[in-house]
Ligand binder design. Structure first.
Ligand code: ADP
Ligand code: MG
Length: 398
């Protein structure tokens, strides 16, 4: 059943607390280095303003320690400036979240006005889901909208206890959360077939739940990244010095049995003698790597084989880079998969922190059907988990 959305609320003349996820990557000098998550919230924010509402925005940024002398880099001033540029109007950034500054700024809010509160995680009550803190936050506005998809798997105060302070008819999801849920519903409910999943990244252990939940729904599971070597080791192959999760070999064997011929391991590998972009690389065909080498990317034959499967798919869902793509020499596998997906007529969905970053960096984000703004939230959704942050939003009128 779809959730009540911002369309079901009347923000005219009201203050609307929107929980956004402005947890953006920062450059070493503190500048916003990627504003994708800010841009993704704009349709909801613009809609409230267009319909005569005012905005009280709540976000976290990073993992502050709670000690003011250490937490300066996690202040939201740079985020506020970028948001103001994107919205084309003044954003009042206050230096507290529920204190006198926040109260005064929200009391003075007029229709069309925008207040951004300070990093909600500066308050210990946020992580704890503290009802008293939640009540203070909720008192700043008259309606609640959750447009923070990247945080939906968290039970923090601003995600669960705050909406519970509002009458059910004044709680809704925003356009971004709605879009993410629609895509997930399509992927898990009625995908265009053949459905292909591509899984890579650092560790099998992070993705066991996802693989298990997806297996019955998919036709192919293409493996890449470091998790390849845990699977190969589990099959008794030689993996050299590649990253292997030695305590997950039994789990890997269980998944291999469960998946049968659906699961495809890369038929060739790019290896190097050191995890170092200046090290000499070579391609190894087959499933045994020389001793003393590290498997750092899928090989060219794998890029071609996976590309062919991606081109003939109805739906492709991708999480986890194919190699250590941060270093240029180990990037071709991840680039190749991104390129094949961008050129495929399939429904293409990308999720996961590093994977989304890679696709963005390579310039293929706009060529995908959808690049999720959720890392953990995207993966937990694929695992089939339900979120408390969404349970507290009522179903829509139909
Ligand atoms: P995501 O954030 O998209 O879910 P993960 O966090 O699972 O992805 O994994 C991303 C990381 O995995 C990247 O930083 C990448 O460098 C690393 N990685 C992928 N393949 C390898 C490999 N063969 N050896 C070492 N690291 C790898
Ligand atoms: Mg990651």
């Amino acid at each position: 059943m779809p959730k009540q959305t911002i369309r079901d609320l009347d923000p005219n003349g009201r203050k609307v607390l929107v929980r956004v996820d402005f947890n953006v990557p920062l450059a070493p000098d503190g500048a916003v280095s990627d504003d994708r998550r800010i841009r993704a919230a704009l349709p909801t924010l613009q809609d409230v303003l267009d319909r005569g509402g005012a905005l009280v925005l709540v976000s976290h940024l990073g993992r502050p320690s709670g000690k003011p002398e250490e937490d300066a880099p996690f202040r939201l001033d740079r985020v506020a400036a970028r948001l103001g540029d994107l919205l084309g109007r003044a954003v009042t950034k206050v230096d507290d979240t529920v204190g006198p500054g926040a109260q005064a700024a929200c009391a003075a809010l007029k229709p069309g006005g925008v207040v951004l509160l300070e990093n909600v995680r500066f308050n210990p009550g946020e992580k704890k889901g503290d009802p008293k803190f939640a009540g203070q936050l909720a008192a700043l506005a008259e309606m609640y909208v959750n447009d923070a998809f990247g945080t939906c798997h968290r039970d923090e105060a601003s995600m669960v206890a705050v909406p519970e302070c509002f009458p059910p008819e004044r709680r809704a999801i925003g356009f971004l959360v709605e879009k993410e849920l629609q895509i997930l519903d399509r992927l898990l409910g009625h995908p265009r077939t053949p459905m292909v999943a591509i899984m890579g990244g650092a560790k099998v252990s992070d993705k066991i739940g996802v693989i298990e939940n997806l297996l019955p729904k998919i036709d192919r599971l293409l493996i890449g990244g470091a998790m390849t070597y845990t699977f190969l080791k589990a099959q008794g192959h030689e993996t050299g010095r590649s990253r292997v999760e030695a305590d997950k070999l039994d789990e890997a064997r269980r998944l291999l049995d469960l998946a049968g011929p659906k699961l495809v391991l890369p038929p060739d590998h790019l290896v190097a003698g050191a995890v170092d972009p200046t090290a000499e690389t070579r391609v190894i065909v087959g499933w045994d790597l020389p001793e003393e080498t590290f498997g750092l990317d899928i090989g060219p034959a794998t890029v071609t084989a996976y590309g062919e499967i991606i081109r003939n798919a109805g739906t492709v869902i991708w999480n986890g880079p194919m190699g250590k793509f941060e270093d240029e020499p180990f990037r071709k596998g991840t680039l190749g998969v991104a390129e094949s997906m961008a050129g495929s007529s399939a429904v293409t969905v990308v999720g996961g922190g590093e994977t989304a970053e890679a696709v963005e960096q390579f310039g293929f984000a706009d060529a995908m059907t959808h690049v999720s703004t959720g890392g953990g939230a995207f993966l937990e959704s694929l695992e089939g988990k339900a979120f408390n942050s969404l349970r507290v939003i009522p179903d829509g009128p139909g």
